[in-house]
Design a binder for this molecule. Structure first.
Ligand SMILES: [Ca+2]
Ligand SMILES: [Ca+2]
Length: 201
């Protein structure tokens, strides 16, 4: 039998959870507060979260400045939990540089009316100057006065790659450089000595 698998044992750093880890957030329309979790359950059992409110404009947002620029090669994935209103809407995660001349955003649609754990995957994007995290709730919506709740904003911390195979394992290390079709880059290729049984017979 031939089987090869690679698993990334990912953990996540908490950026903001309103239960002990809460950076300063600037909220564009000035309406926000830390509140008791209005719907604790399996997705979000925590005690507190952040309440924000929609207004008639297209873009209501909250911003925090990160300690260092994001690196989507080593840390491509971010997560946040949102309790969208029953009327629904989109929630967008955007990273931008200090004056918003460079940015990238991903729009996701949570399940209305219940806590949803969303994953934003920025894999394959090459930026080195994005130091601001921006979250838009009710993205491009114009109904005002509707509550949204946000919690558990996490950034992925990649763990070591775990490999299991009964074939020889070949590892290519570009030392953090992404591999384009062209031009060619320099990398290191190694074959793991994984003991007897790791050859095709
Ligand atoms: Ca919380
Ligand atoms: Ca709006």
């Amino acid at each position: 039998m031939v089987c090869t698998s690679a698993a990334y044992s990912q953990t996540y750093d908490t950026i903001s959870n309103w239960d002990g880890t809460t950076p300063v957030w600037y909220v564009s329309n000035g309406i926000s507060e830390v509140v008791d979790n209005p719907a604790p359950g399996s997705v979000n059992p925590s005690a507190h979260c952040f309440r924000v409110v929609s207004d008639a404009g297209m873009y209501e947002y909250m911003i925090t400045d990160l300690a260092t620029a994001v690196n989507f090669d080593s840390h491509p994935r971010y997560r946040l939990k949102v309790l969208a209103p029953p009327s629904g809407g989109d929630i967008t995660l955007k990273f931008e540089n200090y004056n918003n001349t460079s940015s990238h955003e991903i729009v996701l649609t949570p399940v209305p009316g219940e806590w949803t754990d969303l994953m934003y995957d920025f894999s394959g994007l090459d930026y080195n100057e994005l130091t601001r995290m921006v979250i838009f709730w009710d993205f491009e919506g114009t109904a005002s006065g509707i509550d949204w709740f946000i919690d558990d904003i996490l950034g992925e911390t990649p763990g070591p790659v775990e490999l299991e195979s009964n074939l020889p394992i070949v590892v290519i290390n570009t030392f953090g450089v992404s591999i384009p079709d062209e031009p060619k880059i320099t990398g290191h290729m190694g074959i793991i000595d994984n003991g007897p049984g790791n050859s095709i017979t």
